[in-house]
Design a protein. Structure first.
Length: 343
């Protein structure tokens, strides 16, 4: 009973063989189907603790359980100083594990770096497909880090995006985004927040703004039909959008309990929060009318997204034969004798 191990190199090879467009599209479609399934599994709100100097970093764990099938657990660290520190590491690092529900044995271990970025972009694509105008052509990105790439990529797969406007408080990030997003074959240019707000049909905020330091987007000048994917609020007290904007929009959280604790919804009363994304997926026609008004997807990062992305990757690993199988777990020949090691 070996465990499938998928390293960064394995993930990259699988995505390279399928193509990043087809991989992203598969995750988007599978995620929308899972969100719309009334019998999908359960996920408690994630938990964790702050760490590193100034308590600016976080370690969290995110479980997702499908009874009689499997459980997916992601452990993830968030360290906003990483890209610009001496370490030169990504802001988000993580590992995904899959367990068999009947036996509890470890089925797979996978690097979660790319999958976290792709599944977050896919969630925005699902929400936007349901809540934004289908003819949306201008995308605004506030925050031009790693997540901006997969947000733009996923949205470009489901909308006729012609132009991408980018703003970041770090000029180098905004400038380098043009090269990082070159594969999208879209017009990309830098814009200040006011210009971005006035022109964009869809906006994604994915910043590392500090607790209590938002908003990162003005309330004035936004288009009447704008849809916003608020991705960066992931700590208690950290928010990206003006409160007045939230109160004027239909706010759809990915996971209600999680969003009320650490998302944009933490500042809203219960009656100011709309349906969660699963509810919208199950009855999309009931929410079409909201496309002409302002809508917000409060994306805190839902463990179902990780479960679906890992499903897709494991399937592709089996199809391509990519990955390593190792005996990682302690499986003695006599289950009652921990020293009876398996040969």
């Amino acid at each position: 009973m070996q465990t499938l191990v998928l390293t960064q190199q394995h993930v990259g090879k699988i995505v390279g063989l399928l193509g990043r467009d087809r991989f992203t599209e598969r995750v988007i479609d599978r995620l929308q189907a899972a969100l719309g399934d009334p019998h999908h599994g359960t996920a408690p709100a994630r938990d964790g603790f702050t760490r590193c100097p100034g308590d600016s970093g976080v370690v969290e764990w995110m479980p997702y359980h499908v009874p009689d099938e499997s459980m997916t657990l992601k452990t993830v660290s968030y360290t906003p100083a990483n890209p610009t520190s001496r370490h030169r590491l990504p802001t988000i690092n993580g590992t995904l594990t899959r367990f068999d529900d009947e036996t509890g044995r470890l089925v797979a271990v996978c690097d979660a770096g790319l999958l976290t970025a792709v599944r977050t972009g896919a969630a925005s694509a699902v929400a936007s497909r349901l809540l934004a105008r289908p003819d949306s052509r201008v995308l605004g990105l506030v925050g031009a880090g790693a997540q901006a790439v997969t947000q733009a990529h996923a949205l470009s797969r489901v909308f006729p995006i012609e132009e991408i406007l980018v703003h970041d408080c770090e000029p180098d990030h905004a400038a380098s985004f043009l090269d990082r997003a070159d594969f999208l074959n879209r017009k990309v240019r830098q814009a200040d927040p006011a210009e971005l707000a006035a022109a964009a049909d869809i906006i994604c905020t994915a910043t590392t703004v500090g607790v209590g330091q938002g908003p990162v987007l003005p309330d004035e000048g936004l288009r009447d039909h704008v849809h916003i994917n608020a991705v960066g609020a992931d700590l208690v007290g950290k928010t990206e959008l003006p409160l007045s904007l939230l109160r004027s929009a239909l706010v759809v959280p990915d996971h209600l309990a999680q969003a009320r604790n650490e998302g944009e919804c933490q500042r809203l009363a219960e009656d100011e929060i709309g349906p969660d994304l699963s509810t919208v997926c199950r009855d999309p026609e009931s929410w079409v009318k909201h496309r002409e008004g302002r809508t917000v997807f409060d994306s805190t990062g839902y463990a179902l997204e990780d479960h679906v992305a890992l499903d897709v990757l494991i399937e592709l690993a089996e199809e391509t034969g990519i990955g390593e199988r190792m005996l990682i777990e302690h499986l003695p020949t006599d289950a009652l004798d921990p020293y009876a090691f398996a040969n």
